[in-house]
Design a binder for this molecule. Structure first.
Ligand code: SF4
Ligand code: SF4
Length: 375
């Protein structure tokens, strides 16, 4: 007799403590074959959380370490872009819409939560498509979708744009802050002081982009990369795959998360993205600085949907630095650990964050705080 598998049954195997222990043993054996220290950067905040939640860092041998990377779209958003959202929300008859944690990140004028407390109509949605309903219910208002995220969420914004055009909706505008993964990875590797020996590649991003976007890292930088799922068994297996590459003298892109990731990715989603977006010349990443061609904007022909074009005259553009004690920049570059920050868990906590890595639920500081017995 057949029966459907419950959700729990689907993921339990990927969290099985016995399997994690077996991988820890295999990792230890493989690490013994490697004489030097191995620093593995997990690019994505989702992996940072899995590592901290399941204590995977404590299961690694002495010569293998995780370093945390710039893979959270909230953590890398510079203050001036948050100020854009703040100013837009203050405009007459505007409803500003965004996703999750963005509402809590402080810009130089405060957070979007503060703007809301002062009377702005700021709402957060779980799906960009909810914007359509809000626009239909408020025909006299301009609804601005403040779009954030990596390759993962870009197709959802593109699908929303598609709907707006097809249905000839005339009260939705877009403020586009989508960023792309390979460019910051390149910047980190071009920095000669970097401590990165290999990468754990993002899961969701790679479902859309395919693993092909990482081909340059083994080829040009001689750094192995394994695209990994988010569950603890996935992460441990990925570490083992990386160590095997290093001990066997191989250097390539491998996909541990083969249940969802292919080399070419979701080509339909990529087509949709290419229809509406093109690369910006530059985008400033919080803590890292200007990175060429690392973010997207609406193509000029869709300028009539672009809030940055429509509100050009009022949007502030001065660059704003982080709090002087905040070392988010070094954390996002894999050069420091959250506990090395002097104000970690003291002046900076999730309820009163000084930097974005403590705000975002995917941020490294938030992960260390949440899973380091500080709550
Ligand atoms: S959106 Fe997905 S891939 Fe990107 S940082 Fe978050 S969890 Fe990682
Ligand atoms: S603990 Fe706070 S101030 Fe320190 S690096 Fe993290 S976010 Fe910045």
């Amino acid at each position: 007799m057949s029966r459907e598998l419950g959700l729990k049954e689907l993921y339990l195997g990927f969290r099985d403590p016995k399997a994690i222990k077996v991988y820890a043993k295999l990792i230890e054996q493989e690490a013994q074959k490697i004489p030097n220290e191995v620093n593995i950067m997990e690019v994505c905040g989702g992996h940072t959380h899995a590592i901290m939640k399941y204590g995977l860092n404590q299961l690694l041998p002495k010569n293998v370490k995780f370093v945390h990377g710039p893979g959270c779209p909230v953590c890398i958003m510079p203050k001036e872009r948050i100020d854009h959202a703040y100013v837009l929300s203050e405009q007459k008859d505007v409803i500003l819409i965004t996703l999750g944690d963005m509402i809590k990140v402080p810009g130089s004028r405060g957070t979007l939560q503060d703007a809301r407390a002062k009377g702005s109509d700021v709402r957060f949605v779980y799906s960009p498509m909810d914007t359509l309903k809000i626009a239909a219910q408020n025909p006299d208002k301009t609804v601005i979708f403040f779009a954030i995220g990596f390759e993962t969420t870009t197709p959802m914004t593109a699908a929303l744009i598609n709907q707006v055009i097809e249905k000839r909706i005339n009260n939705i505008l877009f403020h586009i802050n989508h960023v792309t993964v390979p460019e910051p990875m390149r910047v980190l590797l071009d920095d000669e002081t970097n401590k990165i020996d290999a990468f754990i590649g993002p899961a969701h991003v790679s479902v859309i982009s395919g693993s092909k976007i990482y081909d340059e890292f083994p080829r040009d930088y001689k750094k192995p990369l394994v695209v990994s799922g988010f569950e603890p068994v996935d992460v441990m297996k990925s570490v083992l795959m990386i160590l095997k590459q290093l001990s066997e003298g191989r250097c390539e892109v491998e996909v541990e998360y083969s249940r969802s990731v292919t080399h070419d990715g979701n080509t339909e989603a990529q087509k949709l993205n290419n229809m509406y977006f093109e690369k910006r010349e530059h985008f400033r990443w919080r803590g890292i600085g200007d990175i060429a061609k690392s973010a997207l904007k609406l193509k000029d022909e869709y300028g009539y949907l672009d809030a940055e074009v429509f509100y050009k005259e009022i949007l502030p553009n001065e660059k704003i630095d982080d709090h002087k004690l905040c070392i988010c920049g070094d954390i996002l570059k894999g050069k420091a650990n959250p506990v090395e920050c002097k104000v970690f868990g003291k002046a900076c906590t999730p309820s009163s964050p000084l930097g974005s890595c403590m705000v975002s639920s995917e941020g490294a500081c938030a992960a260390y705080y949440k899973y380091g017995n500080l709550l």
